[in-house]
Write a protein that binds this ligand. Sequence first.
Ligand SMILES: [Zn+2]
Length: 419
Amino acid sequence: MKLVCSVSVGNRQLSNLAINSKQKHVKSTLALCKRPNSEDYCIIHFTNQNKTGTKYNIKGNVSQILTRFINDGKATIQFKMPPHDLYVQGDVIQLKGFLHLLKRVLENKVSPKELTYSSMSVMPVTTKDIAPKKLVIRKRSEYPIRGLPRTLELLYINDISKYSVDKGILQLCKLKILDLSNNCIEFIPEELNVLHLSELNLGSNNLYKSNPKQWTWMGGNLSTSLTLLNIESNKLTYLSDQIVKLRNLITLNVNNNQLTFITHGIGSLKNLKILIASNNSLSVLPGSIKKCHLQLLNLCNNSFTSTRQNNVVVSVPNNLPVYSLKECAARRILELRLTYSPAIIPYTLVHYLDYAKYCVCGKSCFEVFIRVPEMLSVSSITQELVTSTTSSYLTLDCYFCCLKCFKSSYFIRNRNPVI
Ligand SMILES: [Zn+2]
């Protein structure tokens, strides 16, 4: 039997000589096992520094077991030889179980089969045991009783019908990859954005139940750290505008949702290389997608029309209204990628900034813009296109932030511009 705990070793021989012999508590594993071909039992104390372990015989060698503070998860085991006191701290239930077994060994009530030397074959304890970097949970019973180790860098929790993200995950400051796919999660807490994740898999959950204000987790540290986001199969009817804050995204998978449009901010994700938007209800793409340089764009099974429509003839305005001071400031804030939150500016302004439109040039606009549908040859924005339509032309819903952007686009579409 193994007990993962924290142990401080006191040497009575040294303390008899008035030397402070008590060591610091260190993460340890205590193994209670039977020696092969022998009736002897022993406890082996492993630590990260002592991987071969210190062996203590049990029979006739345990002088006392102090359990006064057992309900606080503390106990002391005193051995005769070597004259060591093990001050053990750990989970109350596991510690009680360990001491119960020890007591039965001392009373000769344990059958040899219960504790064979083979249980030592998993020893010595490795760094992985003490400080695991990866944890895969596929059954509720596999959830660690003492909570998730803080050392985790990769965490997979799948198929256990989780409805929420537990707080323990939000404490894992070393976590790089988090996979919570195939659960029933309805929303992600904003605090997730304190982590520095590079990959987040939330596929096959119930994120369609998130209200529009519950996407603020897209931001914070994830703005710069997250490179892969998978939110496929969540019955989403919209892709939150907050996605523009994940500005280092390389791969975005929104496959198998009910999206009718993709947020206009997508064009401001300069590093985006793979966009998987198959099995949705898209009939247009945002004009800002012209700014993307994708390697793969998957648009299979959407509602795009397969025939190329002629560009809509639009009258070209001579002037646009003067921008309000609010719009000027907001455009500048997004251009400089300044961070903002309800903690520093009024919520109405946060809302105003969050719902920016994005021009084909990649810049934002708010109340002053020109909006025109346009046809686009998709090969100009992606190296590889996967689509179920025969046409490689798609309708874009284009916003133009200023007359200059509109005219240059108009000039490209019409070789003899009227302007
Ligand atoms: Zn523009």
